[in-house]
Ligand binder design. Structure first.
Ligand SMILES: Nc1ncnc2c1ncn2[C@@H]1O[C@H](COP(=O)(O)OP(=O)(O)OP(=O)(O)O)[C@@H](O)[C@H]1O
Ligand SMILES: [Mg+2]
Length: 351
């Protein structure tokens, strides 16, 4: 899919604007605090995702006030033509044409994948960064995934509370078990797809890198048995620590190079390249499974890459044929083979 037109009003620091976009690569260039990430966030929201920095919905509204309220419009073409209208008040309300649409239904219609500066630590950072990569892909591939993950999180909190108060634990385990099995099945499929797509990320990736889901469990083949057996095996640990030690909340995406752990055998710059390659690989999975080209939103993605790393990244992006929106605070070398837009004080202008 391609975003061909956007309109925003009253969104963060962005000045009201209607903007046409072409296919291909777009670079948003501007000083710190100019509004580059806010533009990516507007695209992120109009493709069915929420606020970027874990903030509440009302924080998206311009805090200086906006007479007409906060609205976003996005027009998309490609595998399907559609127009999305977003109203942001206490909650986000979305319409496809003139009919209301839920975020979980919108996301697969206009698949977008985002890379945030925090994702640069995908390789050496905590498992939660890698789980986020899996969860975002799963939320696109399996529309009820986000809902089930939310239900699992709620059941997990109940279990931890029951542990604290020494209550009967069987009831919470019964709620968690089917959700855990389902989430694991989705994540196993997503990890496989990401692994298969890595070969297509071009010269960005050093040879021999592979990924596999490491479940937060004993790892038995049957997912049902795995949950119950792992829970039984961790009973003592659970009682000692007061938190549930088994389940998808303990999963990790293991990234290896041969038998070695990539966090140990690659320099920072190379770890950055691998992190971007994992995102591109997720995009390949979207393309293959959903038969739609994703839109990539890349925030400060060239940070810490040398000239050659940037060259390879740009090559890899061009090869995808996807529409890409990337931000940078400094002019990019080598030359950017697409449109460059200057962002200044919430204004966007072509250069
Ligand atoms: N709700 C809001 N209303 C008005 N302004 C806001 C709101 N939220 C954030 N801002 C302002 O928007 C400005 C731009 O933020 P943004 O994160 O997009 O900058 P940026 O161009 O990505 O900068 P950097 O290069 O540092 O990442 C910030 O100065 C921030 O104070
Ligand atoms: Mg920014």
């Amino acid at each position: 899919m391609n975003i061909t037109m956007t309109q925003w009003e009253g969104f963060r620091n962005l000045k009201p604007r209607r903007q046409e976009w072409t296919e291909g690569l777009h670079l948003l260039l501007g000083p710190n605090g100019s509004g580059k990430t806010n533009i990516l966030e507007a695209l992120h929201v109009m493709t069915g995702w929420g606020a970027l920095r874990g903030e509440r919905v009302p924080d998206l509204r311009d805090w200086r006030g906006s007479e007409r309220g906060t609205f976003l419009t996005g027009r998309f073409t490609g595998e399907e033509d559609l127009e999305i209208h977003v109203g942001i008040g206490p909650r986000i309300v979305m319409k496809k044409g003139d009919r209301a649409i839920r975020a979980s239904h919108l996301r697969p219609l206009v698949p977008s994948l985002i890379f945030l500066p925090g994702d640069l630590s995908m390789i050496e950072g905590s498992p939660s960064v890698r789980r986020r990569l899996l969860d975002r892909l799963c939320a696109l591939l399996f529309p009820v995934y986000a809902q089930r993950l939310h239900e699992y999180g709620r059941a997990l909190r109940q279990r931890n509370a029951s542990l604290k108060y020494g209550k009967n634990m069987t009831a919470t385990a019964r709620v968690m078990a089917p959700l855990a099995e389902w989430i694991w099945a989705c994540r196993l499929a997503a990890a496989d797809l990401i692994g298969n797509g890595l070969a297509e990320t071009g010269s960005l990736l050093p040879e021999g890198v592979s990924v596999a889901l490491k479940r937060g469990s004993l790892g038995l083949e049957d997912l049902h048995d795995d949950f119950w057996e792992s829970l039984k095996a961790s009973e003592k640990e659970e009682k000692g620590s007061g938190v549930c030690a088994v389940g998808p909340h303990r999963d990790d995406l293991e990234i290896r190079c041969g038998e070695r752990d990539v966090a140990r055998c690659f320099s920072r710059g190379y770890r950055r390249r691998i992190a971007v390659a994992l995102l591109l690989s997720s995009g390949r999975a979207v393309e293959r499974k959903m038969r739609k080209k994703p839109v990539l939103l890349l925030d400060e993605v060239t940070a810490e890459l040398d000239h050659e790393g940037r060259e390879r990244l740009i090559c890899a992006l061009l090869e995808t044929g996807w529409q890409v929106f990337a931000t940078t605070a400094e002019a990019c070398t080598p030359d950017w083979p697409g449109m460059t837009w200057n962002v200044c004080n919430g204004n966007v202008s072509g250069s």
